[in-house]
Design a protein around this ligand. Structure first.
Ligand code: 5GP
Length: 119
């Protein structure tokens, strides 16, 4: 899948639309989800143009991958989520119901989220 530079997260990265930024470094941006599903619901994205996890894991540099994973952990710690736990979700393409075609991880926490595997 070709990267669509008009996707909403690309526009956030270019500061064309506002986002509630909570973290930024050379490789990573994190901001609040516009429709939160938990008391804390953040979106963590690489600054590079990657469509999804598969694209990121295949094409990103080692430095980008390390920076991304370290940022996820650091953001969770900064929001005190490491004390009681949290959930990471990466939706990928059609079957994963990915809506925004720029790789992102959802970080959810702030309450007991229940099991995603029970109705
Ligand atoms: P996906 O289904 O692609 O994994 O999730 C995309 C997420 O982006 C959704 O949870 C949705 O609420 C969020 N989102 C969509 N548009 C915007 C926006 O303009 N700003 C922010 N902060 N989040 C958005």
């Amino acid at each position: 899948m070709a990267y669509d530079s008009d996707n909403i997260f690309a526009k956030i990265l270019r500061s064309e639309i506002p986002a509630g930024t909570v973290f930024e470094n050379d490789h990573v941006l994190a901001f609040r989800d516009i429709a939160p599903k938990a008391p804390v619901h953040l979106l963590i994205i690489p600054k590079g143009a990657y469509t999804d996890f598969a694209d990121f894991s295949a094409r990103a540099s080692d430095a980008e991958i390390v920076a991304f994973n370290r940022a996820v952990g650091e953001i969770a710690t900064r929001h005190k989520l490491d004390e009681t736990g949290y959930r990471l979700i990466a939706n990928i393409r059609e079957d994963g119901c990915q809506e925004v075609p720029h790789y992102h991880v959802h970080l959810l926490g702030g309450e007991n989220l229940g099991s995603p595997f029970k109705n």
